[in-house]
Ligand binder design. Structure first.
Ligand code: FES
Length: 117
């Protein structure tokens, strides 16, 4: 069985309007997963990194949320424009604290919201 160097989960959960909690996507669709897959492939990580869509990761108020294992590092407020920072700095560079992307379209830059030190 292949062992991945990193396993990335991207929350794609959506809730109906008026739900008591917010959700990471409005309609279960997001470019973030596709961006992460494409950028990791371009970085030569195909077969070494697995990027999966996930259901709710219970960090909804920080969404959109991404978690990277085995480090168990959580990123919040992640937009498609932040995907490059996660790929280059964390998946390629091994730094599990990603800096702001200058091209970030999100209102807040991806922020580490938890995980092992
Ligand atoms: S909806 Fe994404 S973490 Fe809950």
């Amino acid at each position: 069985m292949p062992a991945f160097e990193h396993h990335v989960f991207v929350c794609h959960n959506s809730r109906p309007a008026g739900a008591p909690r917010v959700s990471c996507t409005a309609d279960g669709k997001s470019d973030l997963h596709t961006c992460l897959q494409q950028l990791s492939k371009e970085a030569g990580l195909a077969g070494r990194v697995r990027i999966n869509k996930s259901g709710c990761l219970d960090q909804c108020e920080h969404g959109p949320v991404v978690v990277v294992y085995p480090e168990a590092v959580w990123y919040g407020n992640v937009g498609p424009a932040d995907a490059e920072a996660i790929v280059q700095e964390h998946l390629v560079g091994g730094r599990s604290s990603v800096s702001a992307s200058p091209k970030s379209a999100s209102t807040q830059n991806p922020a580490r919201i938890g995980g092992r030190p």
